[in-house]
Design a binder for this molecule. Structure first.
Ligand SMILES: C[S@@+](CC[C@H](N)C(=O)[O-])C[C@H]1O[C@@H](n2cnc3c(N)ncnc32)[C@H](O)[C@@H]1O
Length: 509
C-alpha cells in the first residue's frame, strides 16, 4: 500500500467513525477495502490494455477507487467523481487537490452528462427502496424508462438506478464495472436489471464472491462485480461467470453464451456446475401455498408476554397465541399446551377491532396500553397507519408446518428446518407458513400423514433449499414464499399421490 493510500484510509476511517451505522445504511456509505479496489482496477487495466484511460466514479466517497486507479494505471488520465455528502466530499476534494481528479458535490442521478469517459468503476450506494422517497423514486423510474426503455421495479435499490442510468457518461465501447449486491441476480426486482444487462449493453463478466466471503466488514451483503461494455448486445458472445476467490484469480469460471441468459432465471444458479437442467417433477408449491407470517407493524407493541397481559388486564378476545422467535424453538416440533405452544417464552399477539371510544369506555386498562403505543408513535408506522383501527392486526389461521425464513449456515440449528406446529399459534413474518392446497387439506388433517410429510420435508437437502433461496453475506440465507414453493419435493408427491381420493372427497366434504 502506498503512503498516500495509508493516509487516505486513515481519513476514511475517521470519517466513517463519525457516522452511525443507521446513517450509513440510509446513505449507502460502505467503503470498498483498498485491496479489492486495486484488484478491480488491475482487472480493468488488463482488459483495457492501456494506461491512457479517462475514468468516472459516480459515488466516490473518499476516493478509494481513484487511489487504486492511479496505482493500476500508472497515474491514469482525467477523472471525475461525484459525491452527494459534504461529510466525505469536502475532505476528499482537499485530499485529492492537485491531481487529475475533479470532484463535484452533487447527486449523480440528477446530472445531465456533459462528457464521456473510457471507464466507469463504482461501488454505488446500496440504499434499499424504502429509504428512497416516493417523489424521487417516480422521477428516477421515469428517467430510467426514458433512457433505457425499461420500466424498473419500485422495489429496486438505489444501486440499480445508478447502473441503469450511467451509460450516458460512457464513450461508445467504454467499460463499466460495478461492485453491487448479488441479490439482483435472484430477486424479482432484479429482473429489470438483468433485462438491462442483456438488452442495452454488452455484458462481459460477473464475478460472484462466495456467500461467506464478506467483502465489506461493516455491511451485511454478499457482493458481485458486474462488468459490461457500452455497446449493442451480442447474443452470440460469451459471458464469463466466475465464482469465489478474486476477479483476477477466481476459483471457478464458466462461459455462457449471452443468448442463454434469461431475465426470469436466477442467475446465481448458473455459476456452478450443479445447475438443474430439467424441471423437477413436483415442487412443494404443488401441495402447499406458502405465506409469510403476519407483519404486525411493531413487534415490541403487538407481541406481549404474560406479565404485560396481566398488568393491562388484556382479555383473551384480543389475544392470539404466537410463536416466539425461531431461536427459542429448540427441536423441530412444537407441542400443544391446550392450543398454546408448549415453549418457554409464551407470547401473544395483541389485536383489537374495537373503535377507540368503545375501548376507552369498556376496557380502560387496555386503552391505557394502546395510549402508550400512541405516545411511542406506533400508529404512524407504515403498516399501522394503513389499518383501521391501527391496533387491529391481520387475522390468520395457524399452520401445521412452519419454516424460519432466514438462517445462518454456521448456527447449531439446521438452515431452513420445517417445524411441526401442533399448537394453535400463528407467527410473525420471521416464519413461512405452509397451508395445504385445498385438494390435500383433508388428507393432511390425518396426523400420521402430516407427520410423514413433515419428516419427508426435513429430508430435503439444505443445498436444494438454499439454491432456491437468497444469499447474503456472513453465511446468511433467506427464503421467500415463492422460492420455497419452487423447491423440488418428489418425496411428498409419493406420500400424497396414493391418497388422491381425498381430492374427490373434499369436493363433497
Ligand atoms: C458505497 S459508498 C462507496 C464510496 C466509495 N466509492 C468506496 O468504494 O469507498 C457510496 C457513496 O455514494 C455516496 N452517494 C449516495 N448517494 C449518492 C448520489 N445520489 N450521488 C452521488 N453520491 C452518492 C455516499 O455518500 C457514499 O459516499
Amino acid at each position: 500500500m502506498n503512503e498516500r493510500e495509508i493516509i487516505r484510509k486513515q481519513k476514511q476511517d475517521a470519517l466513517d467513525a463519525q457516522k452511525t451505522q443507521k446513517d450509513r445504511n440510509v446513505m449507502g456509505q460502505f467503503s470498498t477495502p483498498y485491496p479489492l479496489a486495486l484488484d478491480i482496477m488491475q482487472y480493468m487495466r488488463r482488459i483495457l490494455g492501456t494506461d491512457d484511460v479517462s475514468f468516472i466514479e459516480p459515488s466516490i466517497g473518499m476516493g478509494v477507487f481513484y487511489s487504486a486507479f492511479t496505482e493500476a494505471f500508472a497515474g491514469g488520465g482525467r477523472a471525475l467523481g461525484f459525491e452527494i455528502d459534504p461529510h466525505y466530499f469536502t475532505p476528499a476534494s482537499e485530499f485529492w487537490q492537485g491531481t487529475k481528479l475533479e470532484m463535484r458535490c452533487s447527486d449523480f442521478l440528477a446530472q445531465k452528462p456533459d462528457e464521456q469517459f473510457d471507464m466507469l468503476v463504482a461501488n454505488p450506494p446500496y440504499v434499499r427502496h424504502h429509504h428512497i422517497d416516493n417523489e424521487t423514486k417516480v422521477k428516477l423510474q421515469n428517467k430510467v424508462q426514458h433512457q433505457t426503455g425499461i420500466k424498473i421495479s419500485g422495489l429496486a435499490g438505489l444501486y440499480c438506478y445508478f447502473m441503469m442510468l450511467s451509460s450516458a457518461w460512457l464513450k461508445d465501447g467504454g467499460l463499466s464495472c460495478w461492485l453491487v449486491p448479488s441479490e439482483f441476480m435472484d430477486v424479482n426486482y432484479g429482473e429489470t436489471v438483468k433485462r438491462y444487462l442483456m438488452q442495452n449493453v454488452q455484458l462481459l463478466h460477473i464475478h460472484r464472491f462466495k456467500a461467506d466471503d464478506l467483502q465489506f466488514t461493516d455491511a451485511l451483503v454478499s457482493s458481485c462485480i458486474v462488468v459490461f461494455r457500452n455497446s449493442k448486445p451480442n447474443a452470440e458472445q460469451a459471458v464469463n461467470l466466475s465464482l469465489g476467490g478474486s476477479i483476477n484469480n477466481p476459483e471457478t469460471v464458466r462461459n455462457i453464451v449471452a443468448a442463454r441468459l434469461k431475465a426470469k432465471d436466477k442467475w446465481t444458479n448458473l455459476f456452478s456446475e450443479e445447475t438443474q437442467t430439467s424441471e423437477p417433477e413436483a415442487t412443494l408449491g404443488d401441495f402447499f401455498t406458502v405465506k409469510r407470517g403476519i407483519a404486525t407493524g411493531d413487534n415490541d407493541f403487538f407481541i406481549l408476554d404474560k406479565d404485560t397481559i396481566a398488568q393491562y388486564e388484556i382479555p383473551r378476545e384480543f389475544l392470539r397465541p404466537i410463536l416466539p422467535s425461531p431461536r427459542y424453538i429448540k427441536g423441530d416440533r412444537i407441542n400443544s399446551d391446550n392450543g398454546l405452544p408448549a415453549v418457554e417464552h409464551q407470547q401473544f399477539l395483541f389485536t383489537c377491532n374495537l373503535p377507540e371510544s368503545v375501548l376507552k369506555e369498556r376496557y380502560p386498562k387496555v386503552w391505557e396500553y394502546v395510549w402508550q403505543g400512541y405516545e411511542r408513535g406506533v400508529q404512524k408506522g407504515y403498516i399501522c397507519s394503513r389499518r383501521t383501527p391501527w391496533y387491529s392486526c391481520e387475522e390468520r389461521e395457524p399452520a401445521a408446518i412452519v419454516v424460519p425464513y432466514m438462517g445462518r449456515s454456521e448456527t447449531s440449528n439446521r438452515l431452513f428446518r420445517f417445524i411441526l406446529n401442533d399448537s394453535k399459534a400463528i407467527t410473525t413474518n420471521v416464519y413461512l407458513l405452509l397451508y395445504p392446497k385445498p385438494q390435500y387439506a383433508r388428507c393432511l388433517k390425518d396426523e400420521a400423514v402430516l407427520t410423514e410429510v413433515w419428516q419427508e420435508l426435513n429430508t430435503i437437502p439444505t443445498e436444494t433449499l438454499s439454491r432456491n433461496g437468497r444469499f447474503y453475506g456472513g453465511g446468511l440465507r433467506k427464503m421467500e414464499p415463492n422460492e420455497l414453493m419452487r423447491t423440488p419435493a418428489r418425496g411428498i408427491a409419493s406420500l400424497l399421490t396414493p391418497r388422491r381420493s381425498y381430492q374427490h372427497l373434499s369436493l363433497f366434504g
